[in-house]
Design a protein around this ligand. Sequence first.
Ligand code: 5GP
Length: 191
Amino acid sequence: MNNLSKPLMLVLSSPSGAGKTTLSKKIQQSDNSFKISVSHTTRKARPNEVDGVDYHFVTKEKFKELLSKNVFYEYTEIFGNYYGTSKSSVNEIISDKCNVLFDIDWKGAQQLSRFKELNLLKIFILPPSKEELEKRLIARNQDGKQSIKNRLLSYSNDIEHSDEYDHVIVNDNVETCFNSIKKIISKHLKN
Ligand code: 5GP
């Protein structure tokens, strides 16, 4: 089976605030063969987020119950909150004959990598610098001070895992970064 016959599992990871969510949305909007896998999380919804669209927002109790029922392909804990990809959200996308786009962290990417049969393409997005990341986190005004602090603290640990990915791209400019991702995808699909 070549890369054309299996749905593509595109994983985008990055330190929080590097622009991954914007890029994921752009990929989906520009190519309707891609659908974003909607994760479950115990994090509180931000004001602009919609349940079932951005995430399935659940309580910690509910998440643990789902975990015990083996509902997730992968999951992680970040700053005291759980995030996980349910098998049903991925299977729904695959049964629609679409490619799956994952916006997940490096721990989730490691877990998906264990499924050797998947047509996985993993891209790590880097911000131009830690200083720029801090500016972006403050400017997007979605996280409290402590949350921003936590996200910056995990930056060095996050980027240490970038060499586990097929490609690493610096998001200096969203359009340029987006075009690089598109080129990587089309090259991968031709192989
Ligand atoms: P945020 O709270 O900013 O939405 O997401 C925090 C981090 O959790 C991001 O790096 C995001 O990619 C990651 N994340 C979101 N959903 C999942 C998931 O289902 N699994 C894993 N492993 N990470 C996730």
